[in-house]
Write a protein that binds this ligand. Structure first.
Ligand code: EPZ
Length: 418
């Protein structure tokens, strides 16, 4: 089993290039199934979640080639299957985007309920609600969610909760649906906007992405385009947290600073020096840092996908900090593992209280999910001595070339096959 060996206690210094956004890529790639013709998607992160979604699309009959590790050419003209392979779909949550894409393309879909990280129940009731508002009928058996969209037409959807996945799935299902669709109480994440921009460049008529209300006028067809995916705000925030936890000085390159406003404002509150440029941000942790309070919320609030990384970072800062998880019902399971490094965190419901400042110690750690794995890496980088991190498959899902990127910042890290 692969593991990282990290000899921590060294400040990270230098610069790191941020890759394309995982959560944009896993939405835009299936969206290309709606397009009559060839799409060239650039700046796709070289991660296993992308490999998984490509495998699922190929199993449906799409013709897909990678012309380099970050460019995917998709021709879905010969798509012939509307039933997703269960063993492939169960590997990741984003497989549910095949529902919206297949509804739009074939007016029917059979896709297993999603896999993915396990922080509490991960329902898809809002996805299914939006499909029903668009005229679909849904029957679930013990393997598939079976969707009949023979009467697909535009409709009005008011989401009970702000959901990235449901917002994206409703866009996918409605772009080719006859008539007008109005989505309200939508997610506003950058990757929702990126998907809408991709579809509009292919000829869709979507207005309002990035706001609470998105309006879609169905079109007859979409044409092949070349499109470049936005940089990953969560990858960027992860490297910023690692730089600060080791008291380093790092330039984060190839980003859209606006997407990181909610993150940089918390680092500034902590006492970190932040220098913002057009497509770069430098973080310098050269002064004593202070404990803070964080609450994760849908965008433009502080992102839940940085919550585990922040708990590790706050453990290195003197004083009492709190992190409130405002998106997922339970996303603190990783803390039991993290406590092996000596972090002092107590959890009460959706609030974690961190007593920071006690030096972290090296440990043998298991990545329990993608972002928890990032949290373990940060704790290991901040601990004097050699730590081991196992279950790297979780980390490989969402962090492109993380070993090289950390080495490029001076980290003493190796990957070993045990
Ligand atoms: C996306 O998951 C991301 N995944 C998650 O990132 C991220 O944590 C989450 O959005 C929130 O930003 C992808 O984009 C592939 P939601 P998603 O629907 O769409 C409830 C990562 O690390 N809900 O916005 O599944 C749900 O229980 C991953 O990259 C319903 O109640 O999240 C949660 O409490 C982890 N019913 C809240 O809404 C539904 O039908 C937000 O979930 C759907 C969601």
């Amino acid at each position: 089993m692969d593991k990282f060996l990290i000899n921590g206690g060294k400040a990270l210094n230098g610069e790191v290039h941020i890759s394309g956004a995982k959560n944009a890529a896993v939405a835009i790639l299936p969206a290309a199934l709606l397009v009559n013709g060839k799409c060239v998607i650039e700046n796709v992160p070289d991660i296993s979640d992308v490999d998984s979604i490509i495998k699922m699309m190929v199993s449906l009959g799409a013709d897909i080639k990678k012309t380099d590790c970050n460019t995917v050419v998709i021709d879905a003209t010969s798509l012939n299957e509307w039933r997703a392979e269960p063993e492939l779909a169960l590997k990741m949550r984003a497989s549910y985007y095949l529902m919206g894409a297949l509804i739009g393309r074939f007016h029917k879909a059979s896709v297993p309920p999603p896999g993915g990280c396990n922080f509490g129940t991960r329902p898809i009731d809002q996805h299914l609600k939006s499909f029903e508002c668009l005229g679909c009928t849904i029957k679930c058996d013990d393997t598939f969610v079976n969707i009949d969209a023979s009467l697909l037409s535009g409709g009005n959807v008011y989401f009970d909760v702000v959901s990235v996945g449901a917002t994206i799935n409703a866009i996918l299902a409605s772009v080719l649906a006859p008539g007008k669709t109005v989505l309200e109480n939508c997610a506003k994440e950058p990757h929702v906007v990126d998907l809408a921009n991709f579809l509009n460049s292919a000829g869709a008529k979507i207005v309002g992405a990035g706001t609470d209300v998105i309006k879609i006028h169905g079109v007859e067809k979409l044409n092949g385009v070349t499109y470049s995916i936005i940089p990953d705000q969560i990858e960027a925030g992860t490297y910023m947290a690692a730089a600060i936890a080791t008291r380093g000085n790092v330039l984060i390159k190839n980003i859209i600073p606006k997407h990181l406003d909610c993150i940089t404002s918390k680092f500034i509150e902590m006492g970190v020096s932040v220098e913002e440029y057009d497509e770069e941000i430098r973080v310098i942790a050269d002064k004593p840092l202070k404990s803070i309070r964080i609450k994760t919320l849908p965008y433009p609030g502080f992102p839940t996908d940085l919550q585990p990384q922040m708990v590790a970072l706050l453990s290195t800062i003197n004083g009492k900090s709190t992190v409130t998880e405002g998106v997922w019902e339970s996303r603190f399971q990783y803390i039991e593992e993290l406590e092996k490094t000596g972090v002092r965190v107590s959890v009460d419901g959706n609030v974690a209280t961190i007593e920071g400042g006690v030096p972290l110690k090296p440990a043998s750690l298991r990545a329990t999910d993608l972002r928890a794995g990032a949290s373990m890496i940060i704790a290991a980088l901040a601990s004097e001595g050699t730590s081991e991190i196992y279950e790297l498959r979780h980390i490989d899902r969402g962090y492109e070339h993380i070993l090289d990127k950390l080495r490029g910042l001076g980290a003493d890290i190796q990957r070993r096959d045990d």
